[in-house]
Design a binder for this molecule. Structure first.
Ligand code: ACM
Ligand code: ZN
Length: 568
C-alpha cells in the first residue's frame, strides 16, 4: 500500500506552525484498524502538523499518564524516526498555535474504555475517563501516523513532518472482553516472546491475554508447594515428528515460567491495559501433573509427560480426596500471581474411561447419588461436581471461573463463564441458562488452522481452513438469542494451539494478519464493519508488522477466499 504523499511548500497549516521547520509534509489518514466508531471531519479547521514544535503534554501528572505519554513518544519515534518531547501538565495559551498533543484524563466512568480525539490546526486532544481510554486513543493516533509508512521518499529518516486531517473521533469498543490465547505447553516461548505477543495484542486494541499454562505435554508455571510440577511435569522425553504418531525424536523438551517471570508478564500486560488470564487445566489435560504426582490418577501410574499431540485418557481421580485440595492449593498460588478477575480452569476434553472403571471414582458416584439420565452420564455429572467445588473456591476468593464449553455438561456450576469453542452452541446454551460466555468457535477463531486452501506451501498445521475473510465475517451474537440473552456475551477471542508451531516467528505468522480481522469483530459495531474498507486499510497494519519485524501471512492478497464461501 502506498501512502498518498503530498508536499506543500507553504500551506495554511505550515503558517500556523513554526517557520523554522521546512521539512516536507506527508499526509496521514485515519484509515486504520479497528475502524473508529465515528470520525467527523471538521470542515472549517486546517490540519494539524507534527513538526519540531510539537510537544506531548499530559495531565494529571501521574506516573501512569507519564508512561502513556512515553508510549506515544516511542510509537511515534518508531514510525517517524524522531522523538517528540514530553512535558507534564497542559497549559493552553489563547490563540497559540501548535500546543501539541494533549492527553487529558477526565473525571467520569473510570470503567469506560471510550476515548475522544479532536484534531485541529492547533492541537490534538485525546481525552478519556480512564487511562485505558487514553491508551486506545494513543493506539489510534499511532496507527494514523503509520499510514505514512512505506512511502519511498521519506521512510523513517526523520526528514518529514506529518499532517493529520482535522477530525473529531468518538470511539469505544463493542465488547468488553477482547482476547487472544496462547498455548505455551505444546511448545514453550520465552519471556521476550510473550512480551512481543502482548505488544501485538496492544496494537490491536485487545485487553485480554489467555495464557494456557498447563497440559498433558507440559506443566509450565512454577508452583512452590509442588516443585515437581516443574522439575518433572515440564519435561517430556521426546516429541512426535510432524504428523507421525508412531515417531518420537527422543529429544527432551522443557521450559517453564518462574512465578517472578509470570508476575513480570502480568505487570507488562497491565501497563498496556491487558489482563492476563491464566489457564490451569482440570480435571483432564493433566498428565504433566500426573507424571509428577502419579498418586492423583485413577491407576496410580507411572505416567510420562506425553510426547504426542492428543488427549490423555489419564485424568485426575475424582475418588481421591487429595485431588480437590491439590487443585485449590495450586489455585492459591495462581491467585497470588494473577490478580485477574477471571481464572480459566479448562474442563475440556476430559475422557471418562478411567472414571468408569476406577473403584474410587465409582464409589464417589454412589456417594453423591449421581445417576445417568437422558442428558448426561453419571461421569459427566462427576466432572460437574468437581468443577462446582473449584468454581465455589474461586468465587469465595474474589475470582470467577471460566471453562471450555464442556463445563455445561452434567450441569454448569453457579458462577462459571463458558468459553464456547466447539461451535457457537455452547455460548447460546450458556446465555439461555443466564451465564456469561465468550465466543471462540473453531470455525472462525482457531488461528492454528490453515489460512490458505493451498496447503502445499504452508507450514504444517493442525488442519481446518480459517482465512482472514472468514474471521472477519464472524457474527458472535447469533440471531436465535433474545435481546435479554445477548447481554450475557462478554466478547470474542482467538486461540493459538501450538502442537505444530515450534517458534514464535511461526506464532506470528499464524496470528497476523488474522488478528486485524478479529479486532474489528471485537471492537467495531456491526454497521462499521465492511470487508472492502478493512482490506483497503490492512496495508497500513502490515506496514507496522514489517516495521516491528513481525512475520505475517499474505493470504489476503495472494489467495483471497472466494465470495460463495464467505456467505457460508
Ligand atoms: C480446545 O480446543 N480443546 C478447547
Ligand atoms: Zn478414579
Amino acid at each position: 500500500m502506498k501512502t498518498t504523499l503530498s508536499i506543500f511548500a507553504a500551506t495554511a497549516a505550515l503558517l500556523l506552525s513554526s517557520c523554522s521547520d521546512n521539512r516536507p509534509i506527508v499526509e496521514a489518514s485515519f484509515d486504520i484498524i479497528p475502524c473508529p466508531q465515528s470520525i467527523e471531519p471538521i470542515a472549517d479547521r486546517a490540519n494539524y502538523v507534527i513538526d519540531r514544535n510539537t510537544v506531548i503534554h499530559y495531565t494529571p501528572e501521574t506516573s501512569e499518564m507519564e508512561r502513556h505519554a512515553r508510549f506515544l513518544q516511542q510509537y511515534a519515534a518508531d514510525i517517524l524516526g524522531y522523538q517528540i518531547p514530553i512535558k507534564a501538565g497542559i497549559a493552553i495559551k489563547p490563540n497559540s498555535a501548535n500546543n501539541g498533543i494533549l492527553l487529558k484524563l477526565e473525571k467520569g466512568d473510570a470503567e469506560s474504555e471510550a476515548y475522544d480525539m479532536l484534531v485541529s490546526s492547533d492541537q490534538i486532544w485525546i481525552t478519556a475517563n480512564s487511562t485505558a481510554g487514553i491508551f486506545y486513543g494513543i493506539q489510534t493516533l499511532r496507527k494514523a501516523l503509520a499510514t505514512t509508512l512505506n512511502n519511498e521518499q521519506f521512510t523513517n529518516n526523520g526528514g518529514f513532518r506529518v499532517s493529520l486531517p482535522a477530525v473529531h473521533i468518538t470511539d469505544a469498543p463493542r465488547f468488553a472482553y477482547r482476547g487472544m490465547h496462547l498455548d505455551v505447553c505444546r511448545h514453550f516461548f520465552p519471556l521476550d516472546s510473550v512480551k512481543a505477543y502482548i505488544d501485538m495484542l496492544a496494537l490491536h486494541d485487545m485487553n485480554t491475554f489467555h495464557w494456557h499454562l498447563t497440559d498433558d505435554q507440559g506443566w509450565r508455571i512454577e508452583i512452590k508447594q509442588y516443585p515437581e510440577l516443574t522439575t518433572i511435569g515440564s519435561v517430556r522425553k521426546g516429541t512426535m515428528i510432524a504428523r507421525d504418531f508412531s515417531s518420537n525424536d527422543s529429544i527432551p523438551y522443557s521450559g517453564y515460567y518462574t512465578q517472578d517471570e509470570a508476575r513480570e508478564i502480568v505487570r507488562y500486560a497491565a501497563e498496556r491495559h491487558i489482563e492476563v488470564i491464566p489457564e490451569i487445566e482440570m480435571p483432564g489435560h493433566m498428565q504433566g501433573a500426573l507424571a509428577a504426582y502419579p498418586q492423583l490418577g485413577c491407576t496410580g501410574g507411572p505416567y510420562d509427560v506425553i510426547g504426542w499431540w492428543g488427549i490423555s485418557d489419564d485424568v485426575l481421580c475424582m475418588g481421591n480426596p487429595e485431588v480437590v485440595k491439590f487443585c485449590t492449593n495450586i489455585l492459591d498460588e495462581i491467585m497470588e500471581i494473577f490478580p485477574s478477575k477471571y481464572i480459566h480452569i479448562g474442563g475440556d476434553e476430559c475422557p471418562k474411561v478411567r472414571w468408569e472403571k476406577c473403584p474410587k471414582c465409582q464409589a464417589k458416584v454412589r456417594e453423591l447419588g449421581l445417576k445417568k439420565d437422558k442428558q448426561f452420564t453419571a461421569e459427566q455429572k462427576l466432572q460437574s461436581w468437581f468443577t462446582r467445588q473449584i468454581d465455589d473456591y474461586l468465587t469465595a476468593h474474589g475470582h470467577l471461573a471460566i471453562g471450555w464449553d464442556e463445563i455445561l455438561e452434567g450441569g454448569i456450576s453457579d458462577n462459571a463463564i463458558v468459553m464456547s469453542w466447539r461451535g457457537i452452541e455452547g455460548g447460546i446454551e450458556a446465555a439461555r441458562q443466564h451465564h456469561h460466555f465468550i465466543m471462540v468457535p473453531t470455525s472462525y477463531c482457531y488461528f492454528d488452522y490453515y489460512q490458505r486452501r493451498d496447503r502445499s506451501a504452508e507450514p504444517l498445521a493442525i488442519g481446518g481452513y480459517v482465512p482472514i475473510e472468514k474471521v472477519y465475517g464472524f457474527n458472535p451474537l447469533p440471531e436465535v438469542l433474545t435481546e435479554e440473552e445477548r447481554q450475557y456475551i462478554m466478547g470474542v477471542q482467538a486461540n493459538i494451539w501450538t502442537e505444530y508451531i515450534h517458534t514464535f516467528n511461526h506464532v506470528q505468522y499464524m496470528a497476523l494478519p488474522r488478528m486485524a480481522a478479529l479486532c474489528e469483530v471485537q471492537w467495531c459495531q456491526p454497521e462499521r464493519k465492511e470487508y472492502s474498507r478493512f482490506f483497503g486499510d490492512l496495508g497500513h497494519m502490515t506496514d507496522l508488522y514489517d516495521l516491528y519485524g513481525w512475520r505475517w501471512c499474505r493470504q489476503a492478497y495472494e489467495e483471497p477466499m472466494v465470495i460463495e464461501e464467505q456467505a457460508q
